[in-house]
Design a protein around this ligand. Structure first.
Ligand SMILES: [Zn+2]
Length: 403
């Protein structure tokens, strides 16, 4: 008996779930340390060597693991064949991002390495959703071909969008794109999931970045502002998957009108448009975030004042989240990542003023390790993680009696 599972009345179900568990255990062990031999895996997992051999054979024939030459080693005994995640001709995940001013695609292999990336800038506001989805589908096709050229097989696609998404893949509302009830469930072939971009960016940072904590708030600055909430190493989606609309938290209830219909939302003070809007700044209308960074580096007073206003507004709303959820880290992503040096002081000042526990439990404010790629990397990573979590789904079904 392994893992406390006894074989009784519902044997087939339990055997399937035991095999699933053990496949996940072996795959996870190789993901942790590689290359390693079957004997190493048996020693690390507590499974018998015979069981490990069967599981490894299944994972190799299912192209999730591949064998490499054993590393030479001194001492007695023949070194075992090394096993690594199959990044040569194994499965790969495709991430797509549909954002207001760019589209992006990214392919990750089973080991989490980026194998292809493409970014297509262009303002999509007011563009018909079908046209945007067709452009995203073309981007996806090129990514699939690039993966195939490298011997990889795309096994699923996850799409990051700046809005509220229903579990069936319908984009209920993406205010900055001007989309409402857009069905994005089948615009590219193969298994497809659609998810809020800040949620996927938070997952990207959690699994492929360096948040430095398992409890953090990921704040995604784009045309809109979203947040991904990670608690105990898991994404908190909320009852209907719609958590994290930080951009529409009120900073001043009688402030300027927001695209959502309310007034004084955070986006009006700290969204990309507020930061790049015209005014007595060295940054002209139509400027890029890079222009904004240059102006800040030059010490342009109007730019610094605008960044300070944005930081104050961000700090007020973020402090509210920290008081509510007790996260110890704030990760600044999207356009906020390169602007962190100018935003952090204002955000930290508001946290110090407003978070009750800040005096003895400081909160770290840091830029996203993945920069502005977090959402699209997180999307591709979500596909890869599904393979790691349910390897049996990608293999030939086991014959009865297999471990
Ligand atoms: Zn709003």
């Amino acid at each position: 008996m392994i893992f406390g599972i006894s074989l009784s009345a519902d044997v087939p179900v339990r055997q399937a779930s035991l095999r699933q568990h053990n496949l996940r255990l072996v795959l996870g062990q190789v993901a942790l340390v590689s290359p390693q031999s079957r004997a190493d895996i048996a020693a690390a997992t507590g499974l018998t060597r015979a069981t490990v051999s069967t599981l490894v054979d299944d994972l190799v024939s299912g192209r999730l693991l591949r064998e490499v030459s054993p590393a030479p080693r001194s001492g007695a005994g023949r070194p075992g064949v090394g096993l690594v995640l199959n990044d040569a001709d194994g499965p790969a995940g495709l991430g797509l991002e549909i954002n207001v001013d760019y589209l992006a695609a990214c392919v990750l292999d089973l080991a989490g390495a980026v194998r292809h990336r493409e970014i297509q800038p262009g303002d999509r506001r007011g563009v018909d959703p079908a046209t945007v989805l067709a452009s995203a589908a073309a981007l996806a096709s090129r990514a699939v071909l690039a993966a195939e050229d490298q011997g990889l097989t795309i096994v699923g696609t996850a799409v990051a969008v700046p809005g509220l998404v229903s579990p069936d893949g319908t984009i209920r509302l993406a205010p900055n794109l001007g989309w409402r009830d857009v069905d994005a469930s089948g615009f590219t072939p193969g298994p497809l999931t659609v998810e809020n971009e800040a949620n996927l960016a938070a997952l990207g940072e959690l699994h492929h970045g360096s948040p430095g904590s398992a409890d953090f708030l990921y704040v995604s600055g784009e045309i809109g502002i979203g947040a991904g909430i990670v608690l105990h190493g898991s994404l908190f989606r909320g009852a209907r998957g719609w958590s994290g609309e930080l951009g529409h938290v009120a900073v001043h209830p009688d402030g300027p009108a927001c695209r959502c219909g309310a007034h004084g939302c955070l986006e009006q003070y700290a969204g990309q448009e507020a930061l790049l809007s015209s005014g007595a700044s060295a940054v002209s209308p139509g400027a890029s975030v890079a222009d904004l960074v240059s102006a800040a580096e030059r010490g342009d007073p109007a730019t610094l004042a605008r960044l300070s206003t944005a930081a104050d507004a961000l700090g007020v709303t973020i402090a509210g989240v920290i008081n509510l959820l007790d996260v110890d880290t704030v990760v600044l992503g999207g356009i906020y990542a390169p602007l962190t040096p100018w935003l952090r002081p204002g955000i930290e000042a508001q946290i110090a003023d407003r978070v009750l526990t800040a005096a003895w439990s400081p909160v770290r404010v840091r830029p996203a390790g993945l920069g502005s790629n977090a959402a699209v990397v997180g999307a591709a990573g979500a596909v890869i993680r599904a393979v790691h979590e349910e390897p049996a789904a990608w293999l030939v079904p086991a014959s009865p009696g297999k471990a």
